[in-house]
Design a protein around this ligand. Sequence first.
Ligand SMILES: *Cc1c(COP(=O)(O)O)cnc(C)c1O
Length: 448
Amino acid sequence: MGMLSTIKRDDPELYKAIKKELKRQRESLEMIPSENFASRNVLLVAGTVLANKYSEGYPGRRYYGGNGNIDAIENLAIERAKKLFNVPHANVQPYSGSPANFAVYVALCNPGDAIMGLNLTDGGHLTHGWKASVTGKFFRSISYHVKEDGSIDIDEARRLALENKPKLIWIGATAYPMALPFGEFANIADECGAYLVADISHVAGLVAAGVHESPAKYAHIITTTTHKTLRGPRGAMIMVTEKGLAKDPELADKIDRAVFPGLQGGPHDHTTAAIATALLEASSQEFKEYAKQIVKNAETLANILSNRGIKLVSDGTANHLLLIDLTTFGTGLGVFAQEALDSAGIVVNKNTIPKEPSSPFYPSGIRIGTPAITTRRMKEKEMEEIAQIIAEVIMQVKDCKLPADTEGKKEYIKKFRKRLRNNLVIKEARKKTAELCAKFPLYPDMKL
Ligand SMILES: *Cc1c(COP(=O)(O)O)cnc(C)c1O
């Protein structure tokens, strides 16, 4: 009997939608770098009765009764996080990455304080001070950028930091194919007296496995989501380092009070438990091999795409993602590449590139990552095949021209979609990706 058999009986409409989503995940190549497939155990734990409990507060200091078991579970998650990331303090309650980052502001800043982060269209995150996020409205946000070669402009960051004396500096990114320069940013933060916060949401799994440098000895605070390369449930953690406690002995308390009662109410105990599961998995030898393979797979993709004349930001990758720069063919082509790849069974996202000549909604790049397909156990051989498919599909959209006016754009994209449906190269590509998916089954024992 399927695990959703009672839902099938009682809510067929919802059941059908969930089943279709499992089918979509199974039958396409998931290459959005921020996505992954959590283990059956993580999914199971996240679906337990722990979701029923209210436990505002922290282990040993709760505002509700009946929390003995929850205390044990939260302590387990905390201890595992501390050990895996080599830090003296961890808060596992943030609902997701964005609230975790907001909690850091709540802990350290007053409205109007200067803060600094990597510009969004250069690969930074919304919550690092982008103008459309409250972090860009409530604080005086200063952005640093990447240079022509795609690397973070450390000289600019230093100059801006010394000029503006920000209270906190973010180092972290959502679309940055190179290693994050933690050491350089530690120097900058120390020079201007700022707190350095490393947001390792994207690379947490690589850090845990020792495949990306750890920020533990450089940053005062580390934030991370738990659902990206770390392969856990949707959630987040905030960690305080030894260096952070040396700068400010109250820092751990400040973070805890910022999360609760500063920003949140009751923690999601089912998620906390699933984080504990994911942290156990991430400390295994198998996970280390997994993280190494993520990077090898990304390198293989990068080599083949470059050889086929496709331009990559920073000319390659040192982590789990590549940023394809489509401006050699035209501006604003990201949307066409994304939709064509989608039709071919490869799910990616359009993305801005450094010095974006178009806009965040019609950007000139696409972002491609290997964490999820590596979870499916695909290796270099499959990457070679996938890179050839991606290259061929991109050749189908290289002559697209994005009109300047809004109406023209809509019309053009509509016609483009129609043409896609009849494109034989894309049809052939879809067959190949379907075969790959069948060879590397996702959740093979799962029956809905
Ligand atoms: C994904 C991400 C976040 C936000 O996480 P959500 O869970 O989507 O809120 C924050 N910072 C970085 C660098 C990220 O990649």
